[in-house]
Design a binder for this molecule. Sequence first.
Ligand code: ZN
Length: 96
Amino acid sequence: MNKNADLKVFISNRDSKCEECGEELGRKSWITLKEEKGVLCLSCADMDHLLFLPSGDAALTRRSRKHSRLSAVVLKWSRSRKRYERQGLLVEEFAL
Ligand SMILES: [Zn+2]
């Protein structure tokens, strides 16, 4: 049972701009990256209805991921560790 690969949402560490609506996205904005389109804000990516579920509750994370048709991993760049770190999951509200 292989669902689609998780979508990824990044907490931006620099200023950028949504390629679709042109919204200015500053540091700490939540963005998605699409190969063909570049940077998108969450509303243009149709993900602004999702709820954030912080990492920590493994059972809840597993369950909501199973029930949510759409889920995305939220990643934030860690300067000290020089890599993206998982902050939690975006899932559909009814899955919680
Ligand atoms: Zn946009």
